[in-house]
Ligand binder design. Sequence first.
Ligand code: AMP
Ligand code: ZN
Ligand code: ZN
Length: 353
Amino acid sequence: MAEASRTSEARRDAVFGRWVIFSPARSRRPTDLKSHGPANPSPGPGPDDGNAPRPSCPFCLGRESECAPEIFRVPAPDASSPWRIRVIENLFPALRRDVEPPPPPEEGEEPVGAGECAVRGFGFHDVVIETPRHDVRLWDLDAEGVGDVLLAYARRVRQLAEHPAVKYVQVFKNHGASAGASMAHSHSQMIGTPFVPPSVTSRLNCMKEVFERSGKCSLCEIQCKDILVSETRNFSAIVPFAASYPFEIWIIPREHSSFFHKIDQDKVLDLGSLLKNILEKLCKQLNDPPFNYMIHSAPFGLSSSCMPYTHWFLQIVPQLSVTGGFEMGSGCYINPVFPEDAAKILREIDCSI
Ligand code: AMP
Ligand code: ZN
Ligand code: ZN
């Protein structure tokens, strides 16, 4: 359908169950949608040699002592640097590992129902420093380097899954000040919670409803044809049918799989190359926008009856618009760019030149 002939349309997705209003009248052309400000929050005046640590950045090589304790490091493949990736505790954690976790429910005890409830602020909040170099962005690494970052996430999630009080781990990346980043040095984070967060519960409920009605997994069933951006042997990158945000992308494993942290070495390299390619495309098309990405996986201890409809994926959201009163009030987003148009634009970008 030609852009000009498009009228507004409301779509509901089969994963979050959210309604989205597509209103092309609210932007001029999809290709005009670009980020206005620089993504980086505070790179600061650095020395010309990008390899040198920034004076005020604790994530730079050589400043390890200014960070909260290290959990593990991934060594560099050669002697160029003592590490390639570091997973550390967050110095200002949202949840704390050193407080008493909530007690497990007694045998036969009912799960907590609706209504107000409070538990101690127990949990884990870790930071993944993706490179020792201040001037290198995640997509500047080679595919193997991006794959190693993903492997570090999976390794840490596996460790956290061993803790009986951790119910879910949210892996996420904030890039750029308006996407919530306070540090310019390339990093991501994960928070392990003692409860299953509400958007995880509603995602699972929505996918369960679809499964009970159709016998199918919402993500296995996606028809990629018009919304495909790029694909590899094991993954497809699409602009979802009911994308809440302009140029939002989902990277989905083609083979049904509930848990991100069970990814193997071969697939992680493949995912690394696709994630690199997609971040390059977004940077080129949208003028290095601030963005967030989130890994949506299944909660730990999920019963085997839920496995057929839980399918993990990675969601990338460039921050191109502000959330206003309508979105906050209704939980319903207005997206000026139809997914088919965004996918076509991104598909056609060649990042090799
Ligand atoms: P963001 O705000 O998304 O850029 O994430 C950066 C995170 O790094 C924040 O949650 C900070 O609390 C955390 N942080 C800042 N300085 C340090 C440090 N020296 N050691 C460990 N974590 C830190
Ligand atoms: Zn730095
Ligand atoms: Zn599936």
